[in-house]
Ligand binder design. Structure first.
Ligand SMILES: *Cc1c(COP(=O)(O)O)cnc(C)c1O
Length: 421
């Protein structure tokens, strides 16, 4: 099946007389005939649903669909993108371990790595993703467990050279984890370029209608966890009577361990209702992404010519520093998100937010309705100027998330807002 078809048909195929649409399986638990049946599930000797924290049929359908869209062997849904990134890292690193991450990443993920996980003994070194391989390799230590980056960074809109990062990580026996939220599998499938684990905040384009938080981790099945760096995968897990993940689950070891160990104990699961909404969004994802990108490209070109604008970041624009990488990794579209720096800095940035009418000021991106945000006064206000600059954000930067309205209406609103400031 092609991607558009997968969005509609993967994950759930009704049999004779069953509901056409994936049912919301609103049940915390599942009934079995015997104690023996349940014991076998608990020992992971049989697969089946027993408690919705670890698995639920509606959530399972969405996991199968997203795994198929990314070309992975399995997926695990979580309650939010933050939860997905947390589990993705904790599945590999424990206290005393180390992470190498691109510096230009989502503010929430930066905080997670920079402060919260540090408190739990997992340290992160942030690297400039445009540095040479040699410079980046200097950050890798004997206790490094993974390399992390974002395909199209939120909100810096830098494009990660996934192939280069994958081979760099692999040459040190490490997996590459890529947050593919902004690109979506419609525009980029990082596994095809060597990424080992792909993460999404499904809250963004996958849902697309601003109704449901969610996150997902996809396992490529390609990384060799038996290479000596990941004893948790190859040594017995006493909480499952000495089960060894690589032996019991083969290519699905990573996602199985994340589910039966971390999701079991941390509990940040997606609900059946939540998965149902995410699935509705996924069904139209390719159509929406095409329109988001088409509108954004037109607006980016318009902004680039506007006298009130100091600079525009949109990797689809010729002349953008990431244009070349975008042509390789995001040839069919570069999402609906544009960053631009307004002349007049921090004050002009917030005045502009106060001046738009149709466009709504929101702490959100990737909605079908156009929204706008001034990161320096909202999502990134906890970062000092140095950290802001390292994350690719200047004080006058405005992030515009282009929706599916007629592009002329969006441009008219931007024009009147420029006139008012
Ligand atoms: C929004 C976002 C997250 C966090 O996702 P939530 O669903 O809001 O928890 C993580 N990574 C990226 C790139 C995001 O845009």
């Amino acid at each position: 099946m092609k991607l558009e078809t997968k969005c509609l048909h993967e994950g759930y195929s009704p049999q004779n007389g069953q509901p056409r649409v994936v049912p919301i399986c609103q049940s915390t638990t599942f009934r079995y005939d015997t104690a023996e049946n349940i014991a076998r599930l608990f020992d992971l000797q049989e697969s089946g649903f027993f408690y919705s924290r670890i698995g639920n049929p509606t959530v399972d359908a969405v996991e199968r669909k997203i795994a198929a869209l990314e070309g992975g062997v399995g997926a695990l849904c979580a309650s939010s993108g933050q939860a997905a990134n947390l589990l993705a890292v904790l599945n590999l690193a424990q206290s005393g371990d180390h992470v190498v991450s691109a510096a230009k990443i989502y503010g929430g993920t930066f905080n997670l790595l920079h402060s919260i996980l540090r408190r739990f003994g997992i340290e992160t070194t942030f690297v400039d993703q445009n540095d040479s391989n040699e410079r980046i390799a200097e950050a890798i230590r004997p206790n490094t467990k993974l390399v992390f980056g974002e395909t199209l960074a939120n909100p810096a809109l830098s494009v990660l050279d996934i192939e280069r990062f994958a081979s760099l990580a692999h040459s040190h026996g490490l997996p590459l984890l890529v947050d593919n939220t902004f690109a979506t599998p419609v525009f980029c499938r990082p596994i095809e370029f060597g990424a080992d684990i792909v993460i999404h905040s499904s809250t963004k384009y996958m849902d697309g209608h601003a109704v449901q938080l969610g996150g997902v981790i996809v396992d490529s099945g390609n990384f060799d966890w038996t290479n000596g760096n990941f004893p948790e995968f190859t040594e017995p897990d006493e909480t499952y009577h000495g089960l060894v993940y690589t032996e019991a689950f083969g290519r699905g070891a990573y996602i199985a361990k994340a589910r039966v160990q971390l999701m079991r104990d941390l509990g940040c699961c997606q609900s059946a209702q939540g998965a149902f909404y995410t699935n509705l969004g996924l069904e139209t994802l390719p159509l929406r992404m095409a329109r988001h990108a088409e509108n954004a490209a037109a607006i980016a070109r318009w902004l680039a010519r506007h006298p009130g604008v100091q600079s525009v970041s949109y990797p689809g624009l010729p002349g953008d520093p990431y244009h070349e990488l975008a042509q390789k990794y995001l040839p069919a579209g570069q999402s609906g998100v544009i960053s631009f720096v307004i002349k007049g800095g921090r004050e002009a940035g917030s005045a502009f937010i106060d001046s738009v009418k149709l466009i709504s000021p929101e702490v959100h991106v990737a909605d079908i309705r156009t929204s706008i945000l001034h990161p320096a006064s909202s999502t990134h206000r906890q970062l000092n100027d140095e950290q802001l600059t390292a994350a690719g954000i200047s004080p006058g930067l405005v992030r515009l998330s282009t929706g599916l309205e007629n592009v002329d209406d969006i441009l008219e609103d931007l024009e009147q807002a420029f006139a008012r400031i």
